[in-house]
Every structure is written in structure tokens, then in C-alpha cells.
Design a protein around this ligand. Structure first.
Ligand code: FAD
Length: 318
């Protein structure tokens, strides 16, 4: 079922959903299932699986020199989605990214997904590769997420890259996109960023999942700004608990999000990471309760492989 149909069926009830990462290359599906099993008690109607671009690593050669090599450390998104859908009978939502793929490769992946009956996609640009200062599109690939949204929308109309395909099968993908309550770090200003988001909706996207935030007011304001611009699709808040002290500097650095002073000062006072985790869980529970009271379509938890922590939060909220 489409993510948006799950919302229609829920009739205003706040659903729960999760995002998981594929295991590192060489890892097994069992680890994924072990992490997901306890979370299935909460009956998520859909589960997102991230996609990871190849990264550059420096590998020592026999000559003793280091060579820059590209490897994809977390392959398997499409297979994981099919496997999750099969085992749990839930909808799995693969993330598709522009970086690292030609349009042709993207089309072939979409064909695979369609045949597998995976009909939800989160369409993203992807980040810059490690050791690269900015995002470089792949030759023959897309520059921005909107181009990927357009490609998926075209396939929904039966239009494939090859003009010779007439009467191509119309796919029926429901398309999600990313939204940034605190602004995407590259956008010159909030207004531009919101307009680019609106453009993605106008190009065929059906819902938005937000970057994490730790102050709900930021999300409430974002929803208001989107609505004022005519963005009328569901806006799913994505949240995660803080569990380690170092995250008070690493999360702003990697995700360009800010942390409220009340949370930071509590964490600074914590004697160790076990105490930080308790503060983070409590904060996340309060966030989730208030989002639920606001009537959000779903609370989307970034699980980061930590089912135990997410289960504790979900139990307190649902
Ligand atoms: P875009 O919508 O293309 O926007 C990128 C930047 O370009 C923004 O600053 C935007 O304002 C600007 N922009 C957009 N259109 C134009 C235009 N026409 N002209 C000029 N500027 C423009 N990354 C992964 O690699 N894998 C994942 O699985 C993944 N999952 C994510 C899930 C969520 C919920 C979120 C919020 C992010 C996720 N990301 C993931 C990270 C995401 O790929 C990065 O944040 C990336 O930098 C931007 O992606 P986007 O889809 O928002 O890009």
C-alpha cells in the first residue's frame, strides 16, 4: 500500500514508522531482522531503508603506496526492502539517491522495484562523498532530487528514457522527499529552500519526511511555512534520541541541526553516556508525545540499529 494511503486509512491517528540502515558489506540480513523484530510489536505500516553512495577509501597497495578506491560500504537496499516486505508483510520504502547512479541505472532499479511490488520511494539527491567538499553529480545522472522525482513521475505516466518505448507499463510509485525544518545547509536562505521543496511537490512528490530536529517548535513553524506556500502533502516528522555526549557537537556538524540549550545543559551535566542516554530518551518521549498531540501523520524514528532504545520510547508514546 502507498504511504499516503496508510495515512488516509489511519483517519488522523498518528502512525509509527522506522528508518533502518543496510548492514555493512559482509553483514547479514539476520542482523536487520534481529533489530526489527522487537520494533514490529508497534505495527509500523512502513519501514524506510536508506541508500548509500560509494565512498572513497585509501587502500594500501603491494607497492606500499595508498590508492584512492571507491567502494559502496552498505549495498543491498532493494534486496532488504523485498526481504522485509516478504517477512513482515509491511511496506518497505527504499531511499533512492541521485549520486552514484546514471538515469539508466535508476530506471533499471525502478523497474526492479516495480516488479517486486515495492511502490513507495523516498527520492533524494544524496550527500557529497567522503573527502569531497561538495556534491558532484554522476555523469549521466541527476543533479537534484527534483530530477529524480520527475523521472519517477514520468514512469508513473508510462514514459521511459527510451522514446521508442510506446505504451510502456505505468508504474504506481508513491514518492516521498526530504524536508529541512532548519533549512538545508546549502540553500542560500529558508525561502529558497521551501520553494525548492514546493517545486518537488509540484513535480509529483506525495509526502515529505523531515530531517531530525530536537525542538518541536521548529517543526510546527516549518509545517506552517509549507502550508502558507501551498504545500498540502503529509509532512512526517523524523526524530531520534540523543544517546552519547559527543553527539551535542557531532549532530550539528553532520546534520546541520541545532540543539536546544535546555537539552544541551542537561547533557553537559551528565556523568557518563548511560546518563546521557536516559536524558535523550526522556527528551525524545516528550517530543513524540507532543507531536502526537499535534496530530502528525506518523512519527518516523531514525533507529540507527538501536531497537532497544527506540522500543522504550515507542512504548511510552503508543
Ligand atoms: P535536493 O532537493 O536536491 O536539495 C539539495 C540542495 O539543493 C538544497 O540546498 C536545495 O535547497 C538546493 N536545490 C534544490 N533544487 C535546486 C535547484 N533547482 N537549483 C538550485 N538549488 C537547488 N542521504 C543519502 O545518501 N541516503 C539516504 O538514504 C538518505 N536519507 C535521507 C532521509 C531523510 C528523511 C533526509 C532528511 C535526508 C536523507 N539523506 C540521505 C540526506 C540527503 O541526501 C542530503 O540532505 C542531501 O544533501 C540533500 O538531499 P535532498 O534530496 O534534500 O536534495
Amino acid at each position: 500500500m502507498k504511504v499516503t494511503d496508510h495515512f488516509k486509512k489511519a483517519k488522523g491517528k498518528t502512525l509509527i514508522s522506522f528508518e533502518i540502515l543496510p548492514p555493512l558489506k559482509g553483514g547479514s540480513m539476520d542482523a536487520i531482522f534481529k533489530n526489527l523484530d522487537p520494533l514490529m510489536d508497534f505495527k509500523p505500516p512502513f519501514i524506510d531503508v536508506t541508500y548509500h553512495r560509494e565512498e572513497f577509501v585509501y587502500k594500501k597497495q603491494a607497492s606500499g603506496y595508498f590508492e584512492k578506491t571507491a567502494i559502496r560500504k552498505r549495498p543491498g537496499t532493494v534486496g532488504i526492502c523485498a526481504s522485509i516486505a516478504h517477512k513482515y508483510n509491511v511496506d518497505a520504502v527504499p531511499h533512492l539517491i541521485c549520486g552514484g547512479f546514471t538515469k539508466e541505472e535508476t530506471e533499471n532499479t525502478l523497474i526492479d522495484l516495480n516488479f517486486l511490488k515495492v511502490n513507495n520511494i523516498l527520492a533524494l539527491r544524496g550527500d557529497a562523498r567522503k573527502f569531497e567538499a561538495k556534491f558532484h553529480p554522476t555523469e549521466g545522472g541527476h543533479n537534484y532530487a527534483i530530477d529524480l522525482v520527475k523521472q519517477i513521475s514520468n514512469m508513473n505516466k508510462g514514459q521511459y528514457l527510451d522514446d521508442n518505448i510506446i505504451n510502456g507499463q505505468k508504474t504506481d510509485f508513491c514518492i516521498g522527499i526530504a524536508g529541512y525544518p532548519e533549512k538545508h545547509f546549502e540553500a542560500p536562505n529558508k525561502k529558497c529552500d521551501l520553494q525548492f521543496t514546493k517545486d518537488k511537490i509540484d513535480a509529483g512528490a506525495n509526502y515529505i519526511v523531515t530531517q531530525m530536529f530536537f525542538d518541536n517548535q521548529v517543526y510546527f513553524d516549518y509545517v506552517k511555512q509549507c502550508r502558507a506556500l501551498g504545500i498540502d502533502v503529509p509532512i512526517i516528522p523524523g526524530i531520534k534520541p540523543l544517546t552519547k555526549k559527543y553527539q551535542i557537537t557531532s549532530l550539528p556538524r553532520y546534520f546541520y541541526v541545532s540543539l536546544p540549550e535546555a537539552l544541551v545543559s542537561e547533557i553537559r551535566k551528565a556523568k557518563d553516556d548511560a546518563a546521557v542516554k536516559e536524558i535523550g530518551i526522556e527528551w525524545c518521549i516528550e517530543q513524540a508525545k507532543s507531536l502526537k498531540a499535534f496530530g502528525v501523520p506518523s512519527i518516523h524514528f531514525y533507529t540507527m540499529g538501536d531497537a532497544e532504545t527506540i522500543s522504550r520510547i515507542a512504548k511510552a508514546v503508543y
